[in-house]
Design a protein around this ligand. Structure first.
Ligand SMILES: Nc1ncnc2c1ncn2[C@@H]1O[C@H](COP(=O)(O)OP(=O)(O)OP(=O)(O)O)[C@@H](O)[C@H]1O
Length: 712
């Protein structure tokens, strides 16, 4: 505040010629106590009313000049000086008025003590206004009281916080409603020192209260309290604490996880990970990967696709550092917005799981061994147990076989090669309760010439070279038991006639015998050929067909009960393990998948062979696709195979033919050896004419000059 704002510009101007009268009348007129004597606007001095009073008392006349009364040592102040400077100067000069000059040292006006007071009052008022608006606009609540706790100032925030009205600002009211406030304010007044900030609760709001004494003229005249509402800060602090806690919890959880866990933002950059991940990638510290794109650190994890996914992606099989891993990813959402992705890579458990599975498999195979032993020992074994299946169709055939086994009827079992016809036949025999043996004859493997002697046997001396004491035929061996005629479709017509006779008459004649032999034999026949068609073509006797076709069991090919594959694999691996002393745990899911895609022309026998071969080639615990033969691995092969599915198996027929021929040749060579190379006796032994024998010798390229005695 400047002097010029409070200067009285309406001052009395006198000259050296002015009289006392003129001066007094000007004073009266302007109601001032003094006048400035000037000469050409320059201040010469001042004349004060008291100097005039003193002169008049000393007999001066009103018409005397004022010059002798003029005071030339005048206290002047500059119009741009502050009020404080003016005050100091006037106090220093001990004057109640000072002349205010402008820049040209001309008189601007007079500053009196009353001007000073007015100016200070105005300044004070300004200050009070500023203070009031400051307090009013403070976010804190402020209440000031005098020494009797009467409220002297407050702001609206305080009324709001304390939930009171202006009229409630009474000392009793404050003490009653807020005793803590009253107590502390009194304390601040009594001690005259600031009381340490206190945390208080006012209507569920947490406040920090500061109590400050108010001093006036070196004595404490009251106190004020400043209340800062920190509820929201406390909430934030609580949240921060919870967040920190959660962060620590998450970190510990991540570290505890046995798997590798990585959290990325929406750009695929790593924001969090754990030791499992660092171990998997042989990285030393987390700092090396934080903020880096996951795709750069772990290219095996399919981040690109996964980051776009809005759903959980489960169980993707990947390989990291030659370790098989299962990758799972899940998007992270916050308020409906995707904010990142969490990846979990299971790698350590896989080994553990495998070990556990292996252990379980071992235990299972032990259990199955003991179970079998128990069944065998208690003679309660179900003869159909070896037929492993969980397939409805197969179980139906099993049930039919079980029922059929108790009847006396002959049974024809049909089905492709390797489907388990013999297994069924054995089951039927054992379940039938027949006391005699189960005798199997493969009609396709015995040369036509030998069939008769094989079936009916011969008596001592039946023909030259015949075994001493004769030889029992299969019929005789199967007496009171079961004769299983495998590949009956390949039985020559001549023998079919003889067989029919036996079936009709229950008796037959051994070669060279004069008496018939009575037998009680149950016939089970099997074929993979269409017998009805053979009948139509005249290759199979119709009457025999009906004799053996009393009950028919049709066994489905493996490709029609692929659901049995896992069970069969388990069964065969246990069997092969026991046979080979290996500890293969099982086959991998990939292998099962391949098995389920293959068409299995050789049926269950082929599956068993494939597994046996795989077990040999498998150095680890699990059979993987690369342990399988090429045909199961090549897609093309599979496709081809699918194409072939409905076509007749020419290959197999060819193989079978070759096998028949080879057996026939072996039988002829054996007979030739037994007869010392004698063709006639050999023909007799084989039950064929000499012509047929020669034809066969030619067909199989058997040297006539060969030394048959040296044949083994
Ligand atoms: N359901 C099955 N459960 C367990 N093993 C089976 C099953 N079916 C077949 N096998 C096995 O498969 C192999 C072939 O079976 P089997 O000899 O009974 O077939 P097949 O139909 O008589 O064959 P083929 O017509 O060539 O004589 C055998 O080792 C047998 O034990």
């Amino acid at each position: 505040m400047k002097v010029k704002n409070f200067t009285t510009v309406n001052y009395v101007q006198l000259s050296l010629d002015s009289t006392i009268r003129e001066a007094l009348s000007a004073f009266l007129h302007h109601q001032v106590d003094m006048g400035c004597v000037t000469d050409q606007d320059q201040l010469l001095g001042i004349v004060h009313k008291y100097s005039i009073y003193r002169a008049l008392l000393n007999q001066s006349s009103l018409d005397d000049g004022i010059e002798p009364l003029m005071k030339t040592r005048v206290i002047t102040i500059h119009k741009d000086q502050t009020l404080y400077e003016a005050r100091d100067k006037m106090m220093e000069g001990n004057v109640s008025q000072a002349v205010v000059l402008d820049h040209q040292e001309k008189i601007f006006g007079i500053m009196s003590k009353s001007d000073l007071v007015t100016s200070h009052m105005t300044a004070l008022e300004h200050t009070i206004n500023r203070m009031t608006s400051l307090i009013e606009n403070l976010q804190e609540s402020v209440i000031s009281v005098d020494s009797s706790l009467n409220v002297t100032a407050y702001n609206q925030t305080a009324l709001k916080l304390l939930k009171i009205e202006k009229q409630d600002l009474q000392p009793e009211h404050i003490i009653r409603l807020f005793p803590e406030l009253g107590k502390r304010l009194s304390e601040a007044i009594r001690k005259g020192t600031i009381i340490d900030a206190k945390r208080m609760t006012i209507y569920n709001q947490t406040v920090i209260a500061s109590f400050i004494p108010i001093r006036e003229l070196n004595r404490v005249s009251g106190a004020m309290v400043v209340l800062r509402d920190v509820t929201s800060y406390e909430k934030i602090a609580d949240e921060l604490e919870t967040t920190t806690h959660l962060k620590q919890l998450l970190d510990s959880a991540l570290e505890l996880a046995y798997d590798a866990v990585i959290i990325t933002d929406n750009h695929g950059k790593i924001t969090r990970t754990n030791r499992g991940f660092l171990n998997l990638y042989q990285i030393q510290t987390k700092e090396e990967v934080m903020g880096e794109p996951l795709s750069a650190i772990a290219p095996e994890i399919h981040t690109n696709q996964t980051l776009k996914n809005k759903e959980k992606v489960e169980g993707e099989l990947i390989e990291i550092n030659r370790k098989k891993c299962i990758a799972t990813s899940m998007p992270i959402y916050q308020n409906g917005q995707k904010i990142g992705t969490i990846f979990k890579i299971i790698f350590q458990q896989l080994d553990t799981w495998r070990d556990i599975l292996l252990h379980m498999e071992k235990l299972e195979s032990e259990v199955s061994f003991y179970r079998k032993e128990l069944m065998r020992m208690s003679k309660k074994s179900n003869p159909f147990t070896p037929i492993i299946t969980s397939n409805d169709q197969m179980n139906k055939v099993k049930d039919e076989a079980m029922i059929a086994s108790k009847s006396f009827s002959n049974i024809l079992i049909t089905g492709e090669s390797g489907t388990g016809k013999e297994l069924f036949a054995e089951g039927i025999h054992h379940h039938s309760g027949r006391k005699g043996s189960f005798i199997k004859v493969n009609c396709a493997a015995i040369p036509e010439e030998l069939l008769e002697s094989e079936f009916f046997g011969y008596v001592d001396g039946a023909f030259t070279g015949a075994k001493k004491g004769g030889k029992p035929g299969k019929f005789e061996l199967a007496h009171k038991g079961t004769l299983f005629l495998d590949e009956i479709g390949d039985m020559p017509l001549t023998l079919q006639t003889k067989l029919l006779r036996v079936l009709q008459e229950q008796e037959f004649e051994k070669i060279g015998a004069t008496q018939p032999t009575k037998v009680d034999v149950r016939i089970l026949a099997a074929t993979n050929k269409d017998l009805a068609k053979l009948v139509r073509n005249g290759d199979f006797r119709e009457d025999l067909f009906y004799r053996i076709h009393v009950i028919r069991l049709k066994i489905p090919p493996l490709r029609e009960h692929l659901d049995d594959i896992p069970l069969l694999c388990k069964h065969f691996i246990t069997k092969i393990n026991a046979k080979t002393n290996k500890t293969i745990a099982g086959v991998s899911p990939d292998v099962i998948q391949k098995f389920e895609q293959y068409h299995w022309p050789g049926n269950i026998r082929e599956l068993e062979n494939v597994l046996e071969r795989a077990v040999h080639f498998c150095p680890s615990n699990w059979i993987e696709p690369h342990h399988l033969p090429d045909e199961l691995n090549l897609l093309e092969a599979n496709q081809d195979s699918h194409k072939k599915r409905d076509q007749p198996d020419f290959d197999l027929a060819d193989k079978r033919k070759k096998s028949v021929h080879s057996s026939e040749k072996q039988a002829i060579l054996k007979a030739l050896k037994e007869c010392g190379g004698n063709r006639t006796r050999t023909a007799q032994l084989l039950g064929v004419s000499r012509t047929t024998l020669y034809k066969k010798l030619k067909q199989y390229n058997i040297q006539q000059t060969l030394d048959f005695t040296s044949l083994s």
